[in-house]
Design a protein around this ligand. Structure first.
Ligand code: SAH
Length: 346
């Protein structure tokens, strides 16, 4: 009998229950889970009898993603993976090394339907949501491949996490679990293009994770033109949701601002951005602005800004009392825009 349950989507206690129903002893669940978290399939689970391994293979087939491409930066060791899922879909993950440890950027969907004008991941639309186990597996496989422990997670890869809300929440719980990768919520950031009902729903869980907002524009007219999500939830609605998120979780809000030459990178735009955030976030809500020179995506026609403009932009923000930094570029030599590896697969 084939079972549609994928053990990687389940917590240890859920696997225990599933095993119980299948007549498998309880302590086996702990053994299997231990191996799963190391990215091992049944054939490698050395402390399990062969008959049990065959039964598991039959009833609960595993589908770990396969490493299809792996690019390693010669500058700083940043590793970029293209993983192949069981149905042939490709997703990207990036492992970066910081002073405090390793951080991974994971994908939440195969493709994306949000339609942001500068982003490679959305060019072919959404194919499907990733399961909780497929999001988790990116971490498990990278840890196993590199022989490291990852301590930080950013949900900033392919996809809009709030367009796959239930699976993302379940992933957050799995990755945080004591018997799993045990990554603390304070070491997790989730980035959204501005799906306000997702922000509100996440706030109700009260996980202390960092919310990162892909803002990119300070005015509705321009934002709506390039980021369709803004037509549903405008900037004011979005910033109100951010204030509420802080009120609930106590976590500082992070704003991403991608600088595009001649479109949003002038000192005038910086002043608008500073005033907007000062006004809407109020004096009490701490926030931080991350400036990112846009990665050029051929199809978008948008050009990246020059170094001088980035510095001027940052100075204006600082002058207006905003906490802003320019994102450190890691893996410049493997850092094709997120989504481009997948796209190049045809
Ligand atoms: N859908 C989520 C998470 C994925 S995108 C979101 O929009 O936040 C992760 C980040 O990369 C976002 O801030 C996004 O705006 C940014 N991004 C997308 N395309 C980019 C590009 N070409 N250059 C630089 N940043 C880009």
């Amino acid at each position: 009998m084939q079972n549609s349950v994928n053990l990687l989507d389940l917590s240890l206690s859920e696997i225990t229950n599933v095993f119980k129903a299948a007549g498998i002893e309880k302590y086996r669940a702990g053994q299997v889970y231990h191996w799963l978290m190391k990215g091992k399939d049944y054939t490698q689970m050395a402390n399990l009898p062969k008959a049990l391994r065959e039964k598991l293979q039959e009833e609960f087939p595993l589908s770990f993603p396969i490493i299809d491409k792996k690019l390693i930066s010669e500058i700083d060791g940043t590793v970029k993976y293209l993983f192949r899922l069981h149905d042939g879909q490709g997703i990207e993950s990036v492992v970066m090394q910081y002073k405090h440890g390793y951080s991974i950027c994971v994908s939440s969907q195969a493709g994306c339907r949000m339609g942001c004008g500068f982003c490679a991941s959305t060019l072919r639309g959404l194919v499907r949501n990733l399961t909780p186990g497929e999001i988790l597996s990116q971490i498990i496989m990278a840890q196993a491949d590199l022989g490291i422990r990852i301590s930080n997670v950013v949900m900033m890869g392919i996809g809009e996490p709030f367009d796959n809300f239930e699976n993302v929440v379940r992933f957050l719980q799995l990755v945080n679990a004591d018997e799993g990768p045990r990554i603390g919520y304070r070491h997790i950031s989730l980035s959204t293009c501005g799906v306000v009902d997702g922000i509100e729903r996440l706030a109700s869980y009260n996980f202390p994770i960092t919310l990162s907002i892909s803002l990119h524009f300070a005015e509705d007219e321009q934002r709506s033109k390039i980021m369709p999500v803004n037509r549903k939830w405008n900037i004011e609605t979005l910033l109100n949701a951010c204030s509420n998120y802080f009120a609930k979780t106590g976590r500082r809000i992070s704003f991403e601002y991608t600088l595009i030459k001649g479109i949003n990178d002038t000192p005038g735009e910086a002043e608008k951005l500073a005033k907007l955030l000062k006004k809407h976030m109020g004096r009490d809500v701490p926030f931080h602005i991350n400036l990112i020179p846009v990665n050029e995506v051929t199809e978008s026609g948008m050009k990246t800004t020059d170094k001088g403009s980035v510095e001027r932009f940052c100075q204006v923000l600082t002058r207006f009392g905003c906490n802003a930094t320019v994102r450190r570029t890691l893996g410049a030599d493997v850092n094709a825009s997120c989504g481009q590896l997948r796209l190049s697969e045809g």
